[in-house]
Design a protein around this ligand. Structure first.
Ligand code: NAD
Ligand code: TYD
Length: 339
């Protein structure tokens, strides 16, 4: 089987490529990535010498380039991770989110229709379900929860999911969609909560917690996510949505305090800053469907996952120090100075 993995030079896509090369050594993988600020070829170095792995630099919204790659590579399966993924950036500049996340998905699916594939898998997010109130811990997102959106990011991802369902119904494209909760683990870009807090704590810099820090996320260790997508590709039903996550809920302040404690840093580093606009209160996934149909459950408890993640950032300082010393520094200044 030949897989085209888009966005594979980013956090989850790279972890997925490593998982698949390991779990299915006979499969071939072509990674298509535009290498935006979030994409990093260094991340893919562990796969570089694998004869079953190739990389091609391209933009998913560039129809000519994408068709050329499909013509040459003839993939059997497409897994679409490519996206603009950071909510704060979408609030500052929504346009590129619409282009990559919506038009990019359309172009990929048009290519799938034109050249033929056995599966198009869209990697989605639980943010398309909006948010849950903090005082109703009994409520969870299921696949039936109505689609809504709080940020330009979640609106663009919701649009992509709707387009994927439409391509399935209208053109019979063999689509599956997964919607996962917040991932964490190795190779996550340091603009996201957990790696940002690890990097700042190690540098004895302030830890900027938005609002009161009570917002809740359902943390999913990236390897558990990759295993779930693999299972959906093997045995998932075409035309179906699968939620991935479950029962690793923590509020942001708890997460930040755990990181400080594990690094032996003082809580006085915490600084409460102006809240994110439209900030979603709580995400929480009910994984009953993927558990019942495919036997998946998250295996990594937050305690273990955060330890592994912190150890990875401690052992791989050059990877993230390179990033935070470059253009990311300007982004950090812009987003956090005077906040
Ligand atoms: P990321 O930002 O780390 O990586 C995105 C990758 O996509 C980068 O390598 C980037 O270069 C590439 N890319 C961006 N625009 C592109 C374009 N126009 N053409 C080709 N490649 C392009 O993101 P991530 O955290 O790995 O997320 C991967 C997917 O998972 C995204 O679709 C995201 O919406 C979804 N998701 C992520 C999370 C999370 O917690 N990180 C949660 C739910 C869903
Ligand atoms: P983030 O990692 O951006 O993921 P998402 O917005 O997709 O959930 O943020 C996770 C949570 O952490 C979210 O509630 C916002 C909060 N947050 C902070 O409090 N401070 C920060 O500097 C960042 C980046 C996020």
């Amino acid at each position: 089987m030949k897989l085209l993995v888009t966005g594979g030079a980013g956090f989850i896509g790279a972890n997925f490529i490593f998982h698949m090369l390991d779990a299915h050594p006979d499969d071939e993988i072509v990674c298509l990535d535009a290498l935006t600020y979030a994409g990093n070829l260094e991340t893919l170095e562990p796969a570089a010498d694998n004869p079953n792995f190739t990389f091609v630099k391209a933009d998913v919204a560039d129809r000519e380039a994408v068709y050329g790659i499909f013509e040459k590579e003839k993939p059997d399966v497409v897994v679409n991770f490519a996206a603009e993924s950071h909510v704060d950036r979408s609030i500052e500049d929504p346009g590129v989110f619409l282009r990559t996340n919506i038009i990019g998905t359309q172009v990929l699916m048009d290519a799938c229709n034109k050249f033929g594939i056995s599966r198009f898998h869209q990697v989605g997010t639980d943010e398309v379900y909006g948010d849950l109130p903090l005082d109703r811990p009994d409520l969870f997102f299921t696949e039936e929860t109505p689609i809504t959106a709080s940020s330009p990011y979640s609106a663009s991802k919701a649009s992509a999911d709707l387009l994927a369902m439409a391509y399935h119904r209208t053109y019979g494209l063999p689509v599956t969609i997964s919607r996962c909760s917040n991932n964490y683990g190795p190779y996550q870009f340091p603009e996201k909560l957990i790696p940002l807090m690890i990097a700042n704590a190690l540098a004895d810099k302030e830890l900027p917690v938005y609002g009161t820090g009570e917002n809740v996320r359902d943390w999913l260790y990236v390897e558990d996510h990759c295993r779930a997508i693999d299972m959906i590709l093997q045995n998932g039903r075409v035309g179906e949505v699968y939620n991935i996550g479950g029962h690793n809920e923590k509020n942001n302040l708890q997460v930040v305090k755990i990181i400080l404690e594990k690094l032996g840093k003082p809580e006085s580093l915490i600084r409460f800053v102006t809240d994110r606009k439209g900030h979603d209160l709580r995400y929480a996934i009910d994984p009953a469907k993927i558990h019942a149909e495919l036997g998946w459950l998250p295996e990594t408890k937050f305690e273990d996952g955060i330890r592994k993640t912190i150890d990875w950032y401690l052992d791989n300082k050059p990877w993230w120090e390179n990033i935070i010393s470059g253009e990311y520094r300007d982004y950090y200044e812009k987003m956090y100075a005077n906040r």
